[in-house]
Structure formats: C-alpha cells, structure tokens
Design a protein around this ligand. Structure first.
Ligand code: KIV
Ligand code: NA
Length: 267
C-alpha cells in the first residue's frame, strides 16, 4: 500500500483507475476512512457547515483549516498513512493577491503535513494564483462548476450547464499546473466533456458517472444529515438513526438506573 502522491493521481487517470475521495475534519473519522482505503481525504471548508453550524463556508479561517487539517493528517497516519490529505483554502485566503495565496497555501503544508491544497476556481479566474502556488512547491487541486464561496454572486446552488465555459476553465487550470479538478454540480454531459478535455483527473460531486473519481462529504454519505437530500447524494449508512437511537438508549438507562452497574464499577 504505497502512499498516494500527486503523480499517482496522474497514473490513476492514465490507467483508468477511479479515485475515491471523502471529506474529513477530525482525526478519528480520518483514521476510519483511511482504514477503509480512500485515495484522498479532503479537509473541506464544508467544516464551516458540518462542524461549525454555519449556513455557508464563508466564515472559515486559515487558522481553523490548519487545526482541522493537522488532526486529519494525524488520523490518516494512525490508520495506515496512505491517503493524500488535501486542505481547502478558505474564503479570502487566496482571492486577495498572489502573495497571500502562496503564503496561506504554504502554511497548510508547513504546519499540518498535508500534501496538497484546493482552491475554488480554474483557468478562467485563478490561473496565475494556481501557477504561483505550484511554483512554490504546493500541489493545487482546482474546483470548477458550482463554487460555494461565490454563493452570494451566483445566488444559490444552481446546476452548471455551460459546457464550453467549463471546458475552458478546466483546460486553463491544467495549463496553470493544477494536478486535479473538482467538478461540482454540473450536467453529466458537461462533466464528460471536461473529463475528456484534460489529462489530469476530474473528481466529481453532483457531476455524474463520467469523472475520473468522486468526492462526497463524509457526514452526508454516512447519513448523519437527513435534512440534506440532493439528487446526487447516495447514503451508505443511516448514522443519524444509529446515533440517535444509541444516545436515547443511554439516556433511558442512566435515568432508570440500568447503567452504570456493578460490571462498570471499580472495586
Ligand atoms: O469543502 C468541501 O467539502 C468541498 C467538496 C464538497 C468538494 O469542497
Ligand atoms: Na470546499
């Protein structure tokens, strides 16, 4: 089980091996997903929604991303150390200038031990930024289609369908040096065209079956979040049910004296 490196992302596409990616924000979840064999762990800025309870990803800070990414790297190492850990660059950490972008991307590698960063954008909006970060030695994953950090400009979570623009954005991201591209919430035909147009792997979420890999938010895929039910999401477990039933059984047993008993007691 060799570690997943950036060159292994390229060979996976060349050899037709699909890449399985999940988000994680804490050490224990990262360890479990690593043990399950994921190729990469994305420390998404969805931490702002899933962990922090915000409505959008916008409030997440670089310091928070450093904290969560370091925890995920430790969990990945405890679980076997194979998956590539990719840290999201949060809102306002790369949009304010190239020097800021390089410094914040560099902080992720330097302070957490992760192997790459992701920013929201591609060749059409962030080509220079991607190139500068890669030149500094930090692999960059691009992210095109729906970009949640731009929610206030876009006006909501709309399915993207402009194939020509998406292909140009992806081709530009590859030319700038990105090692992979997330394709979020777009028509399946558009994702297929993008995937065929670039030599770097495309990692889809809400982009259909023709990408080179897939990413889902771990908590969504585990069914922890029953209120979130987009068309693209498949739930592989009902953790909301399991967790609620377990916590409710615990409350009942504590209240009526069935837990703890002699078997849980020292002396
Ligand atoms: O923040 C995140 O979790 C992401 C994925 C959904 C791609 O960017
Ligand atoms: Na993100």
């Amino acid at each position: 089980r060799k570690p997943v490196t950036v060159p292994r992302f390229f060979s996976a596409k060349a050899e037709g091996r699909k890449l399985a990616v999940l988000t994680a924000y804490d050490a224990l979840t990262a360890q479990l997903f690593e043990s399950a064999g994921v190729d990469a762990l994305l420390v998404g800025d969805t931490v702002g929604v899933i962990v922090q309870g915000h409505d959008t990803t916008l409030p997440v800070t670089v310091d928070q991303m450093v904290y969560h990414t370091a925890a995920v790297v430790r969990g990945r190492d405890a679980g076997g150390g194979r998956a590539l850990v990719i840290a999201d660059l949060p809102f306002l950490s790369y949009q304010t200038g190239i020097a800021d972008a390089v410094r914040n991307a560099g902080r992720m590698l330097k302070e957490t031990g992760c192997g790459a960063v992701k920013l929201e954008g591609g060749g059409s909006d962030h080509a220079e930024t991607i190139a500068a970060i890669v030149t500094a030695g930090v692999p960059v994953m691009a992210h095109i289609g729906l970009k949640p950090q731009s929610v206030h400009v876009v006006g909501g979570h709309r399915v993207q369908r402009d194939t020509e623009a998406l292909v140009a954005d992806a081709v530009g991201a590859e030319a700038a040096g990105a090692f992979a591209i997330v394709l979020e919430l777009m028509h399946g035909d558009a994702a297929k065209a993008v995937t065929e147009a670039v030599g770097i792997p495309t990692i889809g979420i809400g982009a259909g079956p023709h990408c080179d890999g897939q990413v889902l938010v771990g908590a969504d895929m585990l069914g922890m979040n029953p209120g979130f039910a987009p068309k693209f999401l498949k739930r592989y477990a009902d953790l909301a049910g399991v967790m609620t039933e377990a916590a409710s059984a615990y409350c009942d047993e504590v209240r009526d004296g069935r837990y703890p008993t002699a078997e849980h007691t020292h002396g």
